[in-house]
Design a protein. Structure first.
Length: 142
């Protein structure tokens, strides 16, 4: 799953798509549907908010551990706790789950986003975030 996530990112899919899709495929999603579900979450929802790799991981954790009964408070708590554990582990490694903070540039600013691209941050830093997020999903899903 981890290498598949990195592969998706390397061929041009965003960080959320890259992390989510391998796990979605394992749960029976069609690839095109998985890619569509996560397509709007890259680059911190294109505003430098929560890192897309983190969002993709949360989506993957949802399909692995989520609930589908609004009255199942135990399942809700379990899902909340596993996502909290993921975020804690990601923060322990990188200090934040925020895209702009991870990259050191304001991704809501088009000029800064262009600078990030020029500096190669999407090819040097983001693959590491994708890989670690996918790893944590795997770790928390065992």
């Amino acid at each position: 799953m981890i290498e598949k996530a990195v592969d998706y990112f390397s061929i041009g899919f965003n960080c959320a798509q890259a992390v989510f899709t391998p796990y979605a495929l394992a749960k029976g999603f069609e690839e095109k549907d998985a890619l569509k579900v996560a397509s709007s979450f890259g680059a911190g929802i294109n505003e430098g908010l929560v890192c897309g790799a983190v969002i993709g991981a949360c989506l993957a954790l949802g399909i692995n551990h989520g609930y589908n009964d609004g009255g199942d408070n135990e399942a809700k708590e379990k899902t909340k706790n596993i996502v909290a554990s993921f975020k804690q582990k990601f923060r322990e490694k990188y200090g934040t789950i925020n895209c702009s903070e991870l990259l050191g540039l304001d991704m809501s600013n088009p000029e800064m986003k262009a600078k990030a691209k020029e500096e190669g941050l999407f090819t040097t830093k983001c693959p590491e975030f994708v890989k670690h997020a996918a790893y944590l999903v795997k770790e928390l899903s065992n």
